[in-house]
Design a protein. Structure first.
Length: 183
């Protein structure tokens, strides 16, 4: 059976000048500059609508087209930017999972202490106040497990997905074309 390749999704971005695509406050050389915040958000929000194994084509339409072909430096700049964001996303997942392991150790330790404390209060089940303390210990122990459970069940996978999207954007087909005049 032939392996099906994911489709290539195309984004068309329109700017007046090439400089609008990049962060004007970034002093780095052109090919290592950050994208303009609005351009970045536009590209990311568009790309995040597609499956994480998608491939992308980005066409930048420029009204005031430079004399030299800007496609190679623009492609390099976009690729560098999103590859860097992919590295940051991977680092964030690693940090989050480390936090999750630390939270898990703390949570399990606290839960064990709460369960031991609750067990010590079992002989005094007739005393209403001590019964409230026992139940509070049980609830508090399980609440301590909330954060590690949240990390390991829910928080890490959206970051991994975002990193995969960034990697795909870092390998996107990028083309620069003159903007067509509107009627």
């Amino acid at each position: 059976m032939k392996k099906k390749h994911p489709p290539v999704h195309q984004l068309e971005l329109r700017v007046s000048t090439l400089s609008e695509l990049f962060n004007s406050m970034d002093p780095a050389p052109f090919q290592h500059r950050d994208l303009d915040a609005e351009a970045e958000e536009f590209i990311e929000s568009w790309a995040l609508e597609y499956p994480q194994d998608s491939h992308f084509r980005i066409i930048v339409h420029i009204e005031q087209m430079p004399h030299d072909n800007p496609t190679p430096p623009v492609a390099t700049a976009i690729h560098n930017y999103f590859k860097y964001k992919a590295v940051l996303a991977t680092r964030n997942v690693r940090i989050l999972l480390l936090e999750g392991r630390t939270s898990l150790l703390i949570g399990v330790g606290f839960l064990a202490m709460c369960l031991l404390g609750a067990d010590m209060l079992t002989p005094y089940a007739g005393n209403t106040f001590l019964r409230v303390v026992k139940e509070s210990l049980l609830i508090g122990g399980w609440v301590a497990m909330w954060r590690p459970m949240q990390i390991f069940l829910y928080e890490w996978w959206p970051l991994v997905r975002r990193g995969r999207i960034y990697r795909s954007l870092g390998e996107a087909i990028v083309r620069v074309a003159p903007a067509e005049a509107h009627g």
